[in-house]
Ligand binder design. Structure first.
Ligand code: MF3
Ligand code: CO
Length: 291
């Protein structure tokens, strides 16, 4: 917010309108909240209409891929097969799987089974079996625009305990989503997620959070859930970020597989679940772009 724009200059958002008729009041409102000591978004994470349209196109592929996986995932299938489906389907629709080669990540998707918290490597050796729970985390690049979301799947007959973990984690995301509105704070969302997990006897992983997304895979802000209502970054129209809590049945502690420096597991070996949605803050609430 440091660049001084004249009232009659073109707005920074690229709308072509004069600043005073476009984002001037918006910037002044943000500056006032910043002066009260709150963390506020910078212009570079506020998307304009063209960017939002591009990100929505990318998200269409992401959702279509996850819909297809949802239809076809089954016991006896390897997670390498899921990786192949994601690669083939994404590229056939003109996209690129965002995980592939991202900071050296070697696959097109993350498949995290049972006590794997996230970033599980697809493998010929991981055969889905009755009773498994799995997170399939898909991300797409289309024309330079990024989308990102993940779902849980229960394979065959899953124990009531694991089923409840999967359901409560989804509820956490839904309750968090209800808190997403302009001029609220990310902590409103974070506390809603956290409180629901705790009320059910679960814990939320602290080290890994959601993120801004759209023009890059991972943008500001970092989205945690160990936050309190009225704290953390201000939400304003045009921000896009993910809500993706990792909820553990047991303790929140995790460790990374040192053989590959990617795969994350629960320390106590108990299951972990995660759902991820990508949300746009609108003028009067929120719009889910990918789920
Ligand atoms: N899709 C993950 C997320 O939600 C990103 C994982 S990074 C990867 O942020 F390289 F493993 F894909
Ligand atoms: Co994400």
């Amino acid at each position: 917010m440091s660049v001084k724009i004249g009232r009659n200059d073109p707005c920074w958002c690229g709308s072509g309108r004069k600043y005073k008729a476009c984002h001037q009041n918006f910037d002044e409102r943000i500056a006032k909240i910043a002066a009260e000591g709150h963390k506020v978004p910078t212009h570079d994470i506020i998307k304009n209409a063209d960017q939002i349209a591009g990100i929505k196109q990318s998200a269409k592929i992401n959702v279509a891929v996850l819909d297809y996986i949802e239809e076809h995932i089954h016991a006896g299938m390897s997670t390498a097969e899921i990786d192949k489906i994601v690669y083939d389907m994404t590229t056939s629709m003109g996209g690129i799987p965002a995980p592939l080669n991202y900071e050296g990540y070697p696959y097109s998707v993350c498949t995290s089974v049972n006590d794997q918290v996230c970033h599980g490597f697809p493998s010929e050796d991981v055969i889905l079996k009755d009773g498994d729970i799995i997170n399939v985390d898909c991300s797409t690049i289309l024309n330079g625009y990024f989308s990102d979301s993940s779902r849980m799947f229960c394979i065959g007959e899953v124990s009531p305990e694991k089923k409840k973990l999967v359901e409560v984690t989804k509820e956490c995301v839904e309750l968090g989503l209800k808190e997403v509105k302009p001029w609220g704070f990310l902590g409103d969302m974070g506390q809603a997620v956290h409180d629901h997990a705790f009320a059910n006897g679960y814990t939320v992983v602290r080290e890994i959070g959601g993120h801004g997304v759209g023009l890059e895979f991972h943008e500001e802000p970092w989205v945690g859930y160990n936050t309190k209502r009225g704290t953390d970054m201000l939400m304003v129209p045009g921000m896009i970020f993910t809500i993706e809590p990792m909820v553990n049945m047991g303790k929140p502690d995790i460790f990374v597989n040192e053989e590959n420096d990617w795969e994350i597991y629960t320390q106590d070996g108990l299951p972990s679940a995660q759902w991820e949605i990508m949300v746009l803050v609108t003028e009067d609430g929120a719009e889910v772009l990918s789920w």
